[in-house]
Design a protein around this ligand. Structure first.
Ligand SMILES: N[C@@H](CCC(=O)N[C@@H](CS)C(=O)NCC(=O)O)C(=O)O
Length: 215
């Protein structure tokens, strides 16, 4: 067994790390934490893992690492033997890098603005809402166009870019509801992801009973 421990907070971005470990067939240890039933935030023992106190977190021997993008990069390079990564001299490299970083850099970040606006009770006709919504729609239109051209975000095979992009298209919609009915290519893509044995195993191990957000 590797020394890798994935600390998964229920219904969170850390599902990505469980999924990556399953795709890579790693021998890792999984510890699942439940959200505080009242605040819906991370429980105290999760917060104690890392100064940021947010999911995901991995530990690997003495190492404690946070931040989804950093963790997928670390796990793939440390344990993945080059799998699920596109190298600079391979086709699809720029797309790989773009979608890998777009996921949290812009897509999730913008959806978080909606979540905060909802939490603050910002009026539905506040101009800030239209600004946020326009960005979300542009993001989804771009995702839809991309998935109309390729099977996976970086080309014909699943990469870390998909591992990063699926959460905002699925589980995140439990927090920020969004109907994807008008996006047939996203629907095709999510169906394909939902059929992957590694994805199914990851969700079963990390969030058993969670409603499927693949549609
Ligand atoms: N950019 C960070 C965001 C982490 C983040 O916001 N995680 C949420 C779960 S999706 C969290 O830990 N929420 C619980 C809390 O804030 O206590 C990452 O991708 O690692």
């Amino acid at each position: 067994m590797t020394s890798l421990v994935v600390h998964h907070l229920g219904v969170s971005q850390s599902e990505r790390i469980v999924w990556l470990c399953e795709e890579l067939g790693l021998d890792y240890r999984l510890i699942v934490y439940q959200r505080d039933p009242v605040t819906r935030l991370a429980p105290e023992d999760y917060k104690a893992l890392h100064p940021m106190g947010i999911a995901p977190v991995i530990t690997d021997g003495a190492l404690v690492l946070s931040e989804s993008g950093a963790i997928v990069d670390y796990v793939a390079r440390r344990y993945g033997e080059g799998r699920r990564v596109i190298q600079p001299d391979q086709p699809g490299f720029a797309d790989f890098v773009f979608w890998l970083h777009f996921a949290n850099g812009s897509f999730v970040a913008n959806e978080m603005l909606s979540l905060i606006a909802n939490g603050l009770g910002v009026a539905t006709d506040h101009p800030g809402r239209a600004f946020i919504e326009a960005r979300s729609v542009r993001a989804l239109d771009m995702v839809e166009a991309r998935l109309g051209q390729v099977r996976y975000f970086a080309g014909e095979a699943l990469t870390l870019a998909d591992i990063m992009m699926v959460f905002p298209l699925t589980t995140m919609r439990l927090f920020i509801p969004r109907d994807l009915g008008g996006y047939p290519h996203i629907a095709r893509y999510l169906k394909q992801i939902g059929e992957r044995p590694a994805y199914r195993r990851a969700m079963e191990k990390g969030d058993p009973g969670l409603p499927s957000m693949m549609g």
